[in-house]
Design a protein around this ligand. Structure first.
Ligand SMILES: NC(=O)c1ccc[n+]([C@@H]2O[C@H](COP(=O)([O-])OP(=O)(O)OC[C@H]3O[C@@H](n4cnc5c(N)ncnc54)[C@H](O)[C@@H]3O)[C@@H](O)[C@H]2O)c1
Length: 361
């Protein structure tokens, strides 16, 4: 079975979609759409799509029965409409991250996926990193005990992407939705998607506004930090930057009552290298180094397969489509990132902590 793909938005990231579809195999790009006709034509010529299947309206493209799945590669503010239209037209959707720029948009997308019974996978490729997958298995096994605190961190010292990423009109928001969605989703996924209930946050754009390239035109944030309270009583501190006066905002980690884990290694900080952990390490084909070997110890792991996370996410999408089964990245889980982000922007505007609520789907 070849999965026939229509691509909406033929800008920068659509090339990565095409590359991954080709590398993974089992896909054929049969139609492209961009509001800028010349861009759509160029993409079609590059990918061998006939000109009769080049569109400037995704609604027209969705009339093609020969399309099974749709790649949504428009800027963040343009995810909802083509994704919902494609799901309503009975197509599966692979949509770029973030799911959407706003909570109402993300909610509409998850509702459309549920109502149509079609797959909606969001392109958060970092979640497929084998190190994160192992960290999740450690957490799921209960080896850390209850998690009462975590930090979810990412970003860069100077990497303002410019282009359509710096305008609210196209991107919706800045560093928080652009790169923050990766580490925020990875932490929530690893912890089993705890339900957020309160958020206190600030955002900042000061350093970019001193740069003549961005001054007065960029209207999104370059930095954000939030204190997120979950209904299980635990708290997560979220930190992200495009631009900041630090090399790094630190690692992402989770503190459990029995042990702690740094997600990036991963590294486990425990009072013993237990037999249960030894069993898990063996079953995963990994090697562990506990130092010291007994008592309060720091356990580092090696032997993770070196994989291409882009190919991994597209493979997962292909298998979900073939089996007509849910993707491993559930849209209901990704929706929690939009719930928290919505809380971050409301909290910043209000100057105080705000309540957040996960919408009914
Ligand atoms: N996964 C990653 O590593 C990664 C990297 C970069 C960007 N992205 C994401 O990909 C998305 C797009 O980013 P980009 O860099 O390709 O942006 P881009 O601005 O280069 O491309 C977006 C394209 O969408 C087109 N478009 C806009 N509205 C449309 C509509 N209604 N119908 C058809 N086409 C439409 C635009 O004309 C443009 O060609 C963003 O959501 C971004 O967050 C992901």
């Amino acid at each position: 079975m070849t999965i026939r793909v229509g691509i909406v938005g033929t800008g920068g990231i659509s090339r990565a979609h095409q590359r991954a579809y080709t590398q993974v195999g089992g896909f054929e790009i049969v139609a492209v759409c961009d509001i800028i006709k010349s861009k759509a034509n160029e993409a079609a010529d590059r990918w061998g799509v006939p000109r009769k299947h080049v569109f400037t309206s995704y609604n027209k493209m969705l009339e093609m029965d020969e399309i099974d799945t749709v790649s949504v590669c428009t800027y963040n503010q343009g995810h909802r409409r083509p994704a919902v239209a494609a799901l309503n037209a009975g197509k599966h959707v692979f949509c770029e991250k973030p799911m959407a720029a706003t909570l109402p948009d993300a909610t509409a997308m998850v509702r459309a996926a549920k109502a149509s019974g079609k797959i909606l996978q969001i392109g958060i490729h970092s979640t497929f990193n084998p190190r994160l997958q192992f960290a999740k298995k450690v957490i799921d096994s209960g080896l850390l005990g209850d998690i009462y605190y975590s930090e979810s961190t990412g970003g860069s010292r100077r990497r303002n992407p410019g282009r359509t990423f710096i305008y609210k009109k196209t991107a919706g928001a800045g560093a928080i939705v652009d790169v923050g969605v990766y580490n925020m989703h990875d932490s929530l996924y690893a912890m089993g998607y705890p339900k957020p209930v309160r958020v206190s946050a600030i955002t900042e754009d000061y350093i970019s506004q001193q740069d003549p390239q961005f001054k007065g035109i960029m209207d999104v944030e370059e930095f954000g930090v939030a204190w997120v309270r979950f209904d299980n009583g635990s708290v997560m501190v979220f930190k992200i930057s495009w631009v900041v006066h630090q090399d790094s905002l630190g690692p992402s980690f989770c503190l459990g009552k029995e042990a702690g884990i740094s997600l990036n290694g991963p590294v486990i900080y425990a009072d013993a290298y237990t037999n249960d952990l030894k069993k898990l390490v063996k079953s995963e084909g990994l090697t562990a180094e506990a130092n010291p070997p007994e008592g309060m110890t720091t356990i580092k792991f090696s032997g993770f397969p070196e994989i291409d996370v882009w190919q991994a996410q597209i493979t997962a999408f292909r298998e979900a489509v073939k089996a007509d089964a849910p993707s491993p990245i559930l849209p209901e889980g990704v929706l929690l990132t939009n719930v928290i982000m919505d809380g971050i922007f409301r909290s910043h505007a209000a100057g105080k902590e705000v309540a957040v609520r996960v919408p009914e789907i």
